[in-house]
Each structure stands twice: as C-alpha cells, then as structure tokens.
Design a protein. Structure first.
Length: 283
C-alpha cells in the first residue's frame, strides 16, 4: 500500500525537482459502443516516486487540492495531454479528443481560459481537440464570473463535460448551470452483482436509463464510464449510449501502448472489410 503523498513532495514534483519523482499520464480509450472503434481518450495522472513506486490519483489528488496545488497539477496534465495529441498526429494516429479532469481550484481559476489557450497554442492543436471534465469532490460555487469563464472556453471550441455523474456532487443541477456538451456517467450506475441493494430497489440499469433520458432532454451527449462486461455493453447499446470507456475495451495505457491499440483496431477492421469483399468459393 503506497504511503501518503505529502504537499511538500507534490510541490517539489510540480516545480521540476528531478529527485521528487515524476508525473505519469496514461490514457484510457473512449470508444463507440456500436463497434468498439476508439475515438478519444481520457488523460489519467499517476505519480511515480523515485523508487519506482506508482501512486494512483486517489492517493494524491485530494492532497493537491487541499494544499493549493490542484490547479497546477491539472495544468501540468493538460499541457502533457495537448503535446501528446500532437505526437499522435505525427504518428498517424488520430485521437479525436482528449479529456482532462478539472478539479475545483481549476474551475475557479480566474485565468483558466488563458491557461487552456496557451496550452493549445504551445502544442499546436485546436481547442476542439480538448474536453475539460469537471470533477466535483466538493460543491462548486458557480458565480457569474465562473460561468462566464466556462462559457468562454466552450465558445472557443472546448467541450465541457460533467464527470462521474451519479456520484458525489455531480448532480442534475449542473446541467442547468453549465454549458455542458458531454455527461460522463459514473460506474456506479452500471449493474454490479457484488453491489448490495434492497429487495425493492429499482431494477439494474433503471437509474442509468433515467439519466440517459435526462441527458437527451438537455441535449447532452452521454459517455458511460466503467464498462467492464459484455452485459454492460449490451445495456448501453439498448439505451442508446453512443460512447463508453472501461476495462472491457482497454485499461489506461501509456502513450505508445495506446498507439498500438489504435493501430491494432484499425488493422482488425481493415482485415474484416477485406474478408467481407472476398467472394465465397463456388460449389
């Protein structure tokens, strides 16, 4: 079990101290539920300590927010993801859009539009290649200034998403306040045999169906997180959810592994098309 990550360690790491370890950004593909085609990815940050131990975000993201380093951490991941998009383009792999999480301090950051604009300009990508995922670990104070900044990002082409919908503070009220383009449903909305529920609780998938209907009424696209089984995929198709991510398709991958994953899917599709065009042998 990794030991706690101290604020001083995070500060040293974000300041570029080579003895403090490094941030590792992996990417989980977001796919079309119809055929599994990879379309985009979500950037997921880890921390690698000097001894090689990898620390998952649950062990340090809240510490970063609490110590005033949350927006610096988010910016570091944003810049890394933007540069990676350019690298994939150069490799001939078209990742249409990458999602980057924004914690509370980033959402409230007065210069957020400028930070995003600068990251895109430095990487040489358009803002339409980014999706900023609002993650609420504590309730946001959505003042008019905050809403204006988020609207400015959307007006510039960035997609705004509400992450982990159905868990924590990610509630329906956000859909009425934010210029949301994508709603990412939390894994808890997918059926799980090991998750306890009362005998008269709604049938598995019923709440997710309601959320999908809510998103449709609001004109918001849905991406389901946490798809892990063929049964999950069948349910998502039944409900008309167009996009999903989860272990059923791929775990989080290093950039080179995601490149290989993309190419493998393209090769499989090309082979299937070729096979379909080959005439059957005559009797």
């Amino acid at each position: 079990m990794p030991g706690p990550v101290r604020p001083d360690d995070l500060f040293a790491l974000l300041s570029g101290d080579p003895g403090a370890g490094e941030l590792v950004v992996q990417y989980q593909p977001v796919v079309a539920t119809a055929d599994g085609e990879p379309l985009g990815a979500e950037a997921l940050v880890r921390l690698r300590r000097p001894d090689g131990e990898v620390v998952m975000p649950d062990a340090f993201v809240r510490t970063a927010e609490a110590s005033g380093l949350g927006s610096s951490l988010d910016e570091a991941v944003l810049r890394r993801a933007a540069q990676q998009l350019l690298a994939w383009d150069a490799a001939g792999v078209r990742v249409h859009r990458v999602g980057v999480n924004l914690g509370r301090s980033s959402v409230l950051r007065p210069d957020l539009p400028r930070v995003v604009e600068r990251a895109c300009a430095d990487a040489g990508i358009g803002p339409d290649r980014l999706m900023l995922e609002v993650v609420e670990h504590e309730e946001l104070e959505l003042t008019s200034a905050v809403l204006d900044r988020l609207q400015a990002l959307v007006d510039d082409g960035v997609t705004l998403a509400v992450d982990d919908f159905g868990a924590g503070y990610a509630a329906a009220g956000l859909l009425q306040a934010l210029p949301v383009g994508v709603l990412k449903t939390d894994r808890v909305l997918l059926p799980c045999a090991s998750r306890p529920a009362a005998r008269t609780a709604p049938r598995p998938g019923a709440v997710l169906a309601g959320v999908v209907a809510l998103a449709a009424a609001a004109g918001v696209e849905v991406t389901a997180e946490g798809a892990e089984t063929p049964e999950h995929l069948a349910l998502l198709r039944e409900l008309g959810v167009p996009h999903a991510q989860g272990w059923l398709f791929a775990r989080s991958l290093d950039p080179d592994a995601l490149t290989a994953h993309w190419r493998a899917w393209a090769a499989e599709r090309a082979a299937a098309r070729t096979a379909a065009q080959v005439p059957a042998p005559s009797a």
